[in-house]
Write a protein that binds this ligand. Structure first.
Ligand SMILES: [Zn+2]
Length: 393
């Protein structure tokens, strides 16, 4: 038993290391208004933010609990021209391993005071992410779960935040810590420094590498893959929006795939009911296709579909079948969709983009960028037309 466990851990560890080799030490500054400067230190799939305000330094998040990463974090800080021991405090937004992973190291090695919520105290002092307490919100939750339940070196925060705001003036910083009601975990903290707003995992941005190119602009607001309490997680979005508006915040920094704009968050909140309904509609449509016995021609390509290749070639339904699918009885093994995003919507019409993953028997799995148009008929949304763009291999 012990050997098997070690092997599994070893595999995950190697995946982490591999990703780290790609992304490690990739730090870059972002221009911010007033005297606040925000530096991204990317690690694995998340960020550590080094924030300079009034010549004082604050670290937001501490990175993943992967051997060797702690040193590289310190190195990245030095590379940016700062001394790690000059950091006034490190704020951990919540008790998950990819945020609290190196709090113990920073506390022990550089004597940096660590701030955390009292409601995640048990996670911090046990070093457990406790992912079993979280529900999967999207398909990515299920996919990433085996790699995300990270244990990390336990620590006791030097400063515990309860339900009231903490002014950072005593550290010489023009900012404050604003606790949330939780949702993602029981103890979520946000940090407002100048007009830069850090919100942990209350939501995330879209991946730049996967589907973000569907709409040619910056990162979009996207629901996190896990939440311990999805109802509260929904409620805090509006709290965040309110704080952002009241403080003239333009950039909101989630810990994964940010920043996003305040306008982008408002758009997301407004369109969330439609987004949820349409993504559910698509998911059930794809499930029917996946479970049905009918051939590709009649399922994937209804009369309302239009297919475009990476070279801009357009196919009518019959041409597509002849050129791409050898047998009319070719079966769809799996088809799923993710990264749903509303491009435009009103009460009666909506355009949604998403990424489809299609696996046909004897073919390589394929990514398809889909744009779907819907109208509301009586109380129901109906798919009017969908254009699928095949991704180039
Ligand atoms: Zn988290």
């Amino acid at each position: 038993m012990r050997t098997i466990k070690t092997k599994t851990a070893g595999l995950h560890y190697r995946i982490l290391i591999l990703l780290l080799l790609v992304l490690n030490s990739y730090a870059y500054p972002v221009k911010a208004q007033s005297s606040t400067r925000v530096f991204h230190i990317q690690n694995y799939f998340s960020e550590v933010y080094l924030v300079e305000n009034n010549n004082k330094l604050v670290l937001i998040e501490t990175g993943v609990p992967v051997e060797g990463y702690a040193d590289s974090l310190a190195q990245s800080i030095e590379d940016l021209g700062f001394k790690t021991e000059h950091i006034a405090l490190a704020i951990v937004t919540h008790g998950h391993g990819d945020h609290a992973g190196n709090a113990h190291y920073l506390q022990e090695t550089f004597d940096i005071p660590i701030v955390g919520s009292q409601f995640d105290f048990e996670k911090f002092t046990s070093g457990k992410t406790e992912l079993a307490k979280s529900k999967d919100v999207s398909i990515w939750g299920t996919r990433l779960r085996p790699n995300m339940d990270m244990d990390y070196p336990a620590f006791t925060p030097d400063i515990l935040v309860g339900t009231t705001e903490v002014d950072l003036k005593k550290f010489g910083i023009d900012g404050k810590i604003i606790p949330l009601k939780g949702g993602h975990t029981p103890g979520g903290l946000t940090v407002l420094i100048g007009n830069q707003f850090f919100i942990g995992d209350a939501f995330i941005g879209t991946f730049a590498l996967d589907g973000a190119s569907l709409v040619p602009d910056d990162h979009h607001v996207r629901e996190h893959f896990y939440h311990e309490n999805t109802t509260v997680a929904d409620q805090v979005l509006e709290v965040i929006e309110k704080i952002a508006k009241a403080n003239n915040v333009t950039n909101i920094y989630p810990t994964h795939f940010g920043p996003v704009t305040t306008a982008g968050l408002s758009k997301y909140i407004n369109e969330k009911p439609i987004l949820k309904e349409l993504s559910k509609l698509q998911a059930s449509l794809l499930k029917e296709i996946e479970h049905g016995d009918s051939d590709v021609a009649n399922t994937l390509l209804s009369k309302n579909f239009n297919i475009i290749t990476p070279y801009g070639q357009q196919f009518a339904k019959t041409d597509f079948i002849q050129q791409r699918i050898t047998s009319p009885k070719t079966k769809i093994e799996t088809v799923s969709a993710e990264d749903f995003r509303i491009v435009k919507a009103d009460n009666n019409t909506a355009i949604m983009t998403f990424l489809k993953k299609l696996k046909i028997t004897n073919k390589e799995p394929q990514n398809i960028y889909a744009t779907a148009f819907y109208t509301k008929i009586k109380d129901h949304w109906e798919l009017v037309f969908e254009q699928d763009m095949l991704q180039q291999h």
